[in-house]
Design a protein around this ligand. Structure first.
Ligand code: NZQ
Ligand code: ZN
Length: 386
């Protein structure tokens, strides 16, 4: 196991009707900006619950943060923060609203030339404006981590940011919120969380026995609850296990002391930036090709995964490893998620070169757990996913 230092300061309020508790978590004299997305919270009752909880606070609202939070819209929220003297941000939504709020938390205190630098120059946020979240869509883990991803339509870019100043002060996880989530977003959430675990697990053996078992436990739980969550999102047992699995998949715990990959996400973000494909689906497109391309360096872990998560006990390491990739793809397909780029766009010719060039321009020259994947390798992986 590698050395690590780990601190996660986010307080989790988990369970039925926990939204009411936010009044105890926000400073009494705060001027709150309530941020939300396209309006789902207004039709499923979450907005009402939040407003009731905030009765005694001074609150201003900013709605309309789209999926893949858009930089130009966030700049409008930044103006509100500054002109209204906002002191606390409350994100009510999925990963997009939470990530947008993290950008605003950083930008509100940022003293550089332009807030775009936070994204384009890898600014590490040590201190942001305090914020909390009410999670409405289990998927990203953003509710308990310090990362965010922001998109900019104008330049077709999607860039990540983060830093220890961007953990939410608190996050409300009420599994009842999933009742209103459309199937497309439920399967996206399962796929995203599943891939988060794979990115931190499908590398090489580093003797981290517990991290492996926790990672495999999250994967097995996602496989177990998936059919019930899709069939009946009101099933509380399935919903609560789904929600906690997604949070645990990316709150930093399973990545301590182990090598991590994240190439699938780095490449996947480009597919969203270029074609607007849902985040989770970009991962399902890239992951199988990535594991096939890097078969030799990942085969031990692939075989362990096949054995422990999919009960494939027969065959050589290579045979099990291969089946591990196949079962993963079948799992995504069974969720209704297609795994080829050509399933999403007819305009895919040249995508591999475009993405490889972008990585060269940004000097992203060492992807993967060994930091040895070059843009030429990325080009081949993307082409395999056509
Ligand atoms: O905007 P509204 O109207 O609220 O509708 C949303 C949106 O259309 C809807 N939705 C959310 N909760 C709902 C609901 N509909 C009905 N009932 C509810 N309870 O779902 C749609 C998608 O929401 P979004 O927030 O975009 O989804 P998700 O949580 O999957 O977030 C995706 C974003 O997070 C980033 C992705 O790149 C993408 O931009 N990620 C963030 C990460 C992080 N911060 O750690 C890690 C991830 O790998 C990922 O990159
Ligand atoms: Zn993801």
């Amino acid at each position: 196991m590698k050395n690590f230092s780990y601190k996660n300061p986010t307080k989790i309020l988990f369970g039925k009707n926990q939204i009411a508790e936010i009044s105890n978590e926000i400073p009494k004299d705060a001027k709150v900006l309530l941020l939300y997305g396209g309006g789902s919270i207004k039709s499923n009752g979450i907005y009402e619950q939040v407003k009731t909880a905030l009765t005694n606070f001074e609150v201003i609202e900013f709605g309309g943060i789209p999926a893949n939070p858009e930089y130009s819209i966030l700049l409008k929220a930044l103006e509100v923060i500054k002109s209204e003297g906002i002191t606390f941000l409350l994100a009510v939504g999925g990963g997009s609203v939470i990530d947008g709020t993290k950008f605003l938390s950083s930008a509100a205190l940022y003293e550089g030339d332009t807030p775009w630098d936070i994204l384009s120059k890898n600014h590490r946020t040590l201190k942001g404006m305090p914020f909390g979240t009410v999670l409405t869509l289990p998927a990203t883990g953003s509710e308990m981590n310090s990362g965010a991803v922001v998109s900019r339509k104008e330049t077709k870019e999607k860039l990540a940011m983060g830093g220890p100043g961007l953990f939410p002060q608190f996050s409300v996880l009420d599994p009842q919120v999933i009742q209103s989530i459309p199937e497309r977003q439920l399967v996206n959430g399962i796929t995203d969380a599943f891939t988060h675990v794979l990115e931190q697990y499908m590398t090489y053996n580093s003797g981290a026995l517990l991290q492996d078992r926790i990672a495999e436990g999250i994967l097995q739980t996602l496989v177990e609850i998936a059919p019930t969550v899709i069939k009946n999102p009101s099933d509380y047992k399935a919903a609560s296990n789904f929600m906690w699995s997604c949070t645990m998949a990316l709150n930093g715990l399973i990545q301590q002391g182990v090598p991590t990959d994240w190439a699938v996400h780095a490449i996947g973000h480009e597919l969203t930036a270029l074609y607007g494909i849902d985040h989770a689906r970009t991962l399902a497109i890239i992951a199988p090709s990535h594991y096939q391309y890097n078969f030799n360096t990942k085969k031990e872990k692939l075989a362990q995964y096949a054995e422990r998560v999919w009960n494939i006990t027969e065959g050589t390491t290579e045979e099990k490893a291969y089946l591990g990739i196949e079962y993963t793809e079948v799992f995504f397909n069974k969720l209704g998620i297609k795994t080829k780029l050509s399933d999403y766009t007819e305009d895919y010719d040249g995508t591999a070169e475009i993405i490889a060039n972008r990585f060269t321009e940004r000097s992203w020259i060492g992807l993967g757990e060994h930091q040895d994947l070059k843009p030429t390798d990325v080009e081949k992986i993307v082409r395999m996913a056509y």
